[in-house]
Design a protein around this ligand. Structure first.
Ligand code: ATP
Length: 304
């Protein structure tokens, strides 16, 4: 054990610039090709010694953050402590700025941040590979916020390959009132595929793959090319559950965005702007629920 009294870790949100969803597997999951880009909207998780595991939260959407053992940050602390054979006697304070249930992996980000913070507080000295392994156990979106930048995730999204990003991209994010349940969005995706007559199983849906044009746009730092390549196979499903998002997407493009896309399983909409000034203008047009953020952003980092 070290003599540290508190460790704060800053962790970014993500946008999926491509989310390719394969057919429903016999176990109910879907293979994915997921191009993650970390964006500069951050939660902060502070770990400090306590008699028992306790979660507190402040900031945006805080009423929707569970404060019990179901909080992903709590599960992360319990997993790390269990791995090293002691009780997770820690208070985790979460300062939320990432929209909750918005398709920006805020809960997953908090879990990655909690692992890094507890590892430092407890002096457990887990290797990067061990931390990434625990992230993957906690959920398929948890490894990415640990590494940040940009990465291709395959499998259920958790097997990561870092990707080159050749410049800054400027985004506007519009959070919608009320979240969308990720499993419900996948069920809607399967339903729409069955209704289209093409089928929804692995035998019927093309294997998901990252688009070469999208990877080239990222590597070249080319916002115009990236705008043309943005793709989300869950978008129609999210729109079927929340039809009003179509109007949000139209409004963002009318305000000057190069393109708009539902972020992950939604309902947050992400708009790619040609530059930072235009992003600020788009956000001002779209109103108080709009936030600007630049990418790429670095992964979970201990705040000095
Ligand atoms: P993803 O993009 O990975 O599908 P999301 O961004 O849509 O996720 P989250 O913000 O991660 O969704 O929250 C989804 C649900 O997880 C919330 O409704 C909440 O009940 C639960 N949850 C558990 N831990 C957290 C946390 N630390 N912060 C926010 N929500 C959490």
């Amino acid at each position: 054990m070290t003599a540290l009294t508190a460790v704060t870790v800053r962790v970014p949100a993500k946008v999926n610039v491509q989310l390719a969803v394969g057919g429903r597997r016999p176990d109910g999951f879907h293979d994915l090709a997921n191009v993650f880009l970390a964006v500069g909207l951050y939660d902060r998780v502070t770990a400090s010694p306590a008699e028992e595991l306790r979660i507190t939260a402040a900031g945006r959407d805080v009423a929707s953050v569970p404060l019990d053992a179901s909080n992903l940050a709590a599960r992360a602390a319990a997993l790390l402590a269990g791995r090293y054979g002691f009780e997770p006697k820690v208070r985790l304070h979460i300062e939320k700025d990432i929209p909750v249930a918005g398709g920006m992996a805020g809960g997953s980000a908090d879990a990655a941040a909690a692992l890094v913070a507890c590892d430092e507080l407890w002096g457990t000295g887990a290797s990067r590979a061990e931390l990434l392994g625990m992230c993957a156990e906690l959920g398929s979106d948890v490894p990415f916020p640990l590494v940040g930048g940009a990465a291709l995730g395959v499998g259920r999204g958790e097997l990561l390959t870092p990707l080159e990003v050749g410049g800054a991209f400027h985004w506007v994010f519009v959070a919608a009132l009320g979240g969308l349940s990720t499993p419900e969005v996948y069920r809607a995706c399967d339903r729409l595929r069955r209704e289209s007559g093409d089928g929804d199983t692995v035998a019927e849906v093309a294997a998901p793959a990252a688009a070469p044009a999208l990877l080239a746009a990222l590597a070249g730092g080319d916002a115009y090319a990236l705008a043309g390549a943005l793709a989300n196979d869950l978008q129609d499903a999210a729109l079927s559950l929340r039809p009003e998002l179509a109007e949000t997407l139209r409004a963002g493009v009318a305000a000057g965005a190069l393109a708009g896309i539902v972020s992950g399983s939604g309902p947050t909409c992400a708009f790619l702007a040609p530059d930072g000034d235009t992003a600020a203008k788009i956000a001002a047009t779209l109103g108080p629920s709009a936030r600007v953020a630049a990418s790429p952003a670095e992964g979970a980092t201990i705040v000095p």
